[in-house]
Design a protein. Structure first.
Length: 328
């Protein structure tokens, strides 16, 4: 009940929002508009060192980072392909949607604007990173002409829309039934066992302060204290996002039955927590796809380090500036 139901159940309640997102993405793919969008935006994104074909991975990454990264293989320029794959996961995927809803719904009153802000920050991070890194020794510029076959406009059949949406939801549920289940049980075990009264064993009465999980969280907490959320429970939740971004919500469901509202987070700290988890290195499945598309260990580890550093610096700036404004 505590490990499985509280953990995975906290994520499954967001299925209606995910279904709406996946339905819209399936419609964009099926009607032929996505290819035309890539063609029309080619001239604009070239200023950032990208290709018009980079638009397709960016849009697909709003559903899931794995197909978004794998879609980069259609880009002919090696440097542009690597740059697109590295920055595609900055856009919020369906797995990050529960985290956005959790922060907006429990910490920020009237936080309808948080979702729009998350997508704007993701697009800005992707474009600015591409502009900064394009032409560097890591990603040299290549002059390759753009060409793409444009399909006919059509209205996708209802069955095709439902089938595509169902496939994406099925993939999400399979992840919830495998990675999230294992992560929730592991978090529950690490939170329920530890050292108490000089011995190791089951912690009665919910004494989380002596658990294995608390020890790991306290060890890493100083790294995140400047971001406004040095609480070990939030640190552990953020680290669990490497398994799957949905597990951030499931981990908090296990560790904080009262949710984020019980942690007394300020609005700048809540935004800092959200932005860090949106921009940092993606889940293990997306990292595996990124490693495959990079085709270079050096570029892969550079991408992971850059994503983590950008997430930390962005969260730090938002928290510090936000706290300063609240004091004025």
């Amino acid at each position: 009940m505590d490990g499985v139901a509280a953990g995975v159940g906290a994520v499954l309640v967001f299925l209606p929002q995910l279904a709406a997102l996946f339905l819209c993405l399936t419609f964009l793919e099926g009607c032929g508009y996505l290819s035309r969008g890539a063609y029309l935006l080619d001239r604009g994104v070239r200023r950032f060192g990208l290709s018009g074909k980079s638009v397709v991975p960016y849009v697909l990454s709003c559903g899931c980072g794995v197909p978004g990264i794998l879609a980069c293989r259609t880009i002919r320029r090696t440097s542009c392909r690597r740059l697109t794959a590295m920055t595609a996961t900055f856009l919020p995927c369906g797995a990050k949607l529960p985290v956005i809803a959790l922060v907006a719904g429990t910490v920020i009153p009237g936080g309808w604007w948080v979702a729009a802000l998350a997508y704007l920050v993701g697009v800005a991070a992707a474009l600015l990173s591409s502009w900064l890194l394009s032409g560097s020794p890591w990603f040299p510029r290549e002059d390759v002409p753009f060409w793409m076959e444009l399909p006919d406009y059509r209205l996708p059949p209802l069955g095709e829309l439902l089938r595509g949406t169902g496939q994406r939801l099925g993939a999400f549920l399979r992840k919830a039934g495998s990675l999230l289940l294992l992560a929730s049980v592991a978090v529950w075990f690490a939170a329920s066992f530890g050292w108490e009264q000089g011995g190791f064993g089951d912690l009665s009465g919910g004494a989380l302060s002596g658990s294995l999980l608390a020890g790991v969280g306290r060890y890493l907490a100083p790294l995140f204290a400047p971001l406004g959320w040095g609480d070990w429970r939030l640190v552990v939740a953020a680290c669990s996002g490497l398994l799957a971004k949905e597990s951030i919500v499931s981990t908090l469901g296990v560790l904080c039955p009262g949710g984020l509202a019980g942690l007394s987070l300020t609005v700048p700290a809540a935004l800092s927590f959200l932005l860090f988890n949106l921009l940092c290195a993606p889940c293990l499945a997306a990292l595996a796809a990124l490693r495959q598309e990079m085709a270079s260990p050096r570029h892969f580890w550079f991408a992971v380090a850059y994503q983590t550093a950008l997430a930390w610096l962005t969260a730090f700036g938002v928290y510090q500036v936000g706290t300063l404004l609240l004091r004025l």
